[in-house]
Every structure is written in C-alpha cells, then in structure tokens.
Ligand binder design. Structure first.
Ligand code: NCD
Length: 315
C-alpha cells in the first residue's frame, strides 16, 4: 500500500458532518484513481482483515458494493442481514455487536433504521465502523460517490448549482450530500412538498423550493430521491400519481433546468413516481449507472483510508 494521505484521523466513518474539504478532496481523488483501475483492481490492502457487513435494512447496491470492494482488497467478508421486524430498538444492536466483537473483525459496516446507530455501535466495539445508512441521519459513502461521479464528469463542485428533489425529510442521502456539497462550495437547493422538507433545513445552507418551476431553474444537476415510505406514517404524501404530477422529473420538465443538466438517483428508483422511466434509462442525461460503478471505487478508498488511520492511531 503506498502512503496516500487522506488527512483523516478517525478510525470510524460515521458521517460527512465535520469532515473537512481536504479530506473530502483526497477521498474523491483516490476513488477516481481506483475507478481507473476497475478492470484490474485486485490488491492486498486488506489481506488478513475481516470485514462484516451488518445490515438491519434491505439493501442491494450498498451491500454488494462494500462486498465487492472488500473482496477486491483481499479481505475476508461475512454478510449478516437482520430483518428490521426483529429489532428491539437498540438492545439487539448492542447484543449483536458484543457477539460480533468477540470474533475480532477489523471493519463493521452497519446499516440500521435508527439515526445514530453507527455512532452508538462505535462506542461498543474495537473495530472500525462504517455507517452505510442510519435512519434519516447520514449515508457518507453515498454522498462521496455522488461527488466523485460529478468530478469524473469534469464538473467542478465549487459553484455547482445542484437541486435535491423529493423526500428530503426522511433521506440520509440528502443530509450527507448537503454537508458534503456545501463544504465543497456548491449551491444546494432542495425541492419537495412542505410535508417532506424539514422545517429548519435552511440552517444547513440550502435554499428551499416547494415547486419544480422555481426549484429547477438554473440547476446544473438534479439529484432525485425516492419517497421513503418505510419512514412515513402515511400522512406526508398524496397518491403516487399526484406526487408524480407535481414533483416527478421527466425529460420535459427537466427543460426548466439548465441546458444539458444531468440527473442522479441513489437508487432504488421508483419509475413513474419520482422519475420517468425514459429519463432513468437515458444514459446521456442520467448518471445512475456511473453512480453504482463509482460506489465500489469510493468504498475501496474509504476502507483504505480507515486502514491507514488504524495503522497510525492504534500503533
Ligand atoms: C439509499 C438509502 O438506503 O438511503 N439507497 C442507497 O443506499 N443506494 C436511498 C434510498 O433507499 O432511497
């Protein structure tokens, strides 16, 4: 492993909040480096390391992406999926953590429906924790991969006008992206119905719009989010059809944004609800496939970064 400097001095990756520009920049740069080598990325960075994927919520791409990243770094990986119905708030997580800790993993990648679960776990285990999404709170590797894709497109984050559209209230992807993008000097807007926008979100340095007409205007990129029905009590949205007619993005209303504007979506997509199927499949405009591809490279970079800080801090 060459000694790439990430300017990061924590053994956990719990969120983007508080992460400085230099660290973000170095992760993006390193992810782009690994992405160039994607056909031949096998390395020995995590040889003899045990990585556990501990997922208390469904996931296809994030779990697979961490698994591919860890395997390409020669780690041993164990996947554990726990259905959310079996969680007894907090207690089960600590119990599970104690059991897993006794198996001496080096990295535990956690997805959990409770905000703050990753931080809590980090206080009960000796290994490095990576937050792969905790409730409505943060999903740091998603924001990092989104930014790496934007950079890879040759677009500068500084001065970028980006609109995040949809269910902001329930989205950890929105929160991590807002922290990252504002830190990097982008101008961030959020668009959605008032019931799905947190009341004090302006404090995070974003502009709020309740309609597509004014929200999309002069945006370079639109980041489209899914309605997170599993975190709602049913009163937040009208029918899916009504939601689509007001906030669904298609090739037609995309014209409200800048010419050549691009769209992103973290997946899973609900076609015909927040995004039109034709737009989702239009690879000239949609960066969705590139997001999945970059996901692996960003996770390799994050695992390497934590491995380096463990070597440095736990000497
Ligand atoms: C996101 C998540 O789980 O927060 N998905 C993902 O990680 N690709 C977004 C979502 O579920 O809508």
């Amino acid at each position: 492993m060459d000694n790439f400097n990430y300017y990061f001095d924590n053994i956990h990756l719990l969120g983007i909040q508080g992460m400085n520009k230099k660290t973000i920049q170095s992760i993006l740069e390193r992810a782009q480096y690994f992405n160039q080598k994607k056909k031949n990325r096998k390395n020995k960075i995590l040889k003899d390391n045990l990585v556990i994927n501990l997922f208390f919520e469904n996931s296809t791409r994030t779990k697979a992406s961490f698994e591919i990243a860890a395997k390409s770094m020669s780690a041993d990986i164990l996947n554990i999926s726990v259905s959310s119905s079996s969680i007894k708030k907090g207690e089960t997580l600590i119990d599970t953590a104690a059991t897993l800790n006794a198996m001496h993993p080096d990295f535990l990648i956690l997805r959990h429906p409770n905000s703050g679960a990753a931080e809590m776990l980090s206080k009960h285990v000796e290994c490095s924790i990576i937050n792969a999404g905790d409730g409505r709170h943060e999903h740091p590797t998603q924001a990092l991969l989104d930014a790496a894709v934007i950079k890879e497109e040759g677009i500068n984050l500084e001065g970028l006008k980006i609109a995040i559209c949809g269910d902001i209230l329930n989205s950890r992807v929105a929160r991590s992206n807002i922290y990252l993008l504002t830190t990097m000097g982008a101008q961030v807007s959020v668009i959605g119905p008032p019931t799905l926008i947190p009341k004090d979100i302006e404090r995070m340095g974003v502009k709020v719009f309740f309609d597509l007409d004014s929200g999309l205007k002069s945006s370079d990129i639109i980041m489209i989010l899914r309605l997170q029905n599993e975190r709602m009590d049913g009163s937040e949205t009208p029918s899916k059809r009504e939601y689509y007619s007001f906030f669904g993005i298609n090739e037609n209303n995309l014209k409200l944004a800048k010419k050549n504007a691009l769209v992103m979506h973290p997946g899973p997509m609900n076609r015909g609800v927040e995004i039109a199927s034709l737009l989702a499949d239009n690879n000239e405009i949609s960066l969705v496939k590139k997001q999945v591809e970059m996901g692996v490279s960003v996770r390799i970079a994050c695992l390497e970064m934590l491995k380096l800080s463990r070597n440095k801090l736990l000497k």
